[in-house]
Design a protein around this ligand. Structure first.
Ligand code: 6PG
Length: 249
């Protein structure tokens, strides 16, 4: 994989606008080539504004040709304040004519988390043409990064990082005391385009370690996202970029 591109923006609003523009451009390119886009969205707080912008008239796309999957989800009801789906619904789905059938929600609230993970892998398989023994290849995946270097719901030292067969796993974070469902690393690394968003001073040290460190490090799961046939682009704000020696553009 080539070195990631890193865009440093002055603040979260500029970061969100730059990421929405990049997302739209990549989606248009994929639509031109394939006629359909399969993307996956993360939750958390950083991407909320970018999702709101995608819903605005400035970033109009033919949503009927675009499908959104989830990168991960907390094992809570979909109307819980903790739910990633709820955040995407509030920031994006409720503000656009995005077809409900094109949003593929992880049913992480189900008691049987193994069955829910398998059901989601089946949903991916239903929509993405995956040859036997291959990984589902998403066109665009939006990821965040926690201050501990986690991404998706792949946490430092987690056995989930070793998964090389399953597409979706239940996982638990002791630090967050939170049960999750998550796409696995091989699915992230099968993607064509990975877009990382990171903002805030609390991520500066980890971001410098991920981008300037010796390379893949299981203590920093975000450093393991290295798509073999894909590209990684980071959109970070000045506060998170403090350790990179790059100025905003
Ligand atoms: C989640 C996310 C997670 C997130 C990071 C960063 O379920 O929380 O998918 O991977 O991207 O924790 O979260 P913030 O954007 O809130 O810092």
């Amino acid at each position: 994989m080539a070195q990631p591109d890193v865009h440093v923006l002055s603040n979260l609003e500029e970061l969100s606008r730059a990421t929405a523009s990049f997302f739209r451009a990549q989606a248009e390119r994929t639509l031109e080539a394939e006629g359909i886009v399969f993307a996956a969205l993360s939750g958390g707080s950083t991407p909320r504004r970018m999702y709101e912008l995608l819903a605005s008239a400035d970033f109009r796309l033919p949503w009927e040709k675009i499908h959104f999957f989830q990168v991960d989800e907390r094992c809570v009801p979909p109307d819980s304040p903790q739910s990633n789906y709820r955040m995407v619904r509030e920031a994006f789905l409720s503000r656009t004519a995005f077809p409900e059938a094109n949003f593929h929600r992880m049913q992480a609230e189900l008691g049987d988390r193994e069955a829910a993970a398998n059901a989601y892998a089946d949903e991916l398989s239903r929509w993405l043409r995956v040859s036997p023994g291959e990984w589902p290849r998403l066109d665009l995946i939006c990821l965040g990064m926690g201050p501990d270097g986690h991404t998706a719901s792949l946490f430092p030292g987690s056995s989930a990082l070793e998964e090389r067969k399953r597409w979706v796993l239940p996982n638990f974070s002791e630090r967050l005391n939170s049960h999750r469902l998550t796409l696995t690393l091989p699915v992230l690394n099968a993607a064509s385009e990975i877009i990382f968003l990171a903002a805030g001073a609390d991520k500066a040290e980890t971001l410098a370690a991920v981008l300037k460190g010796p390379g893949a490090d299981e203590r920093l799961p975000a450093s393991l996202v290295r798509p073999a046939r894909g590209r990684v682009t980071w959109f970070v704000d000045e506060a998170a970029a403090r350790g990179l020696g790059q100025k905003p553009h």
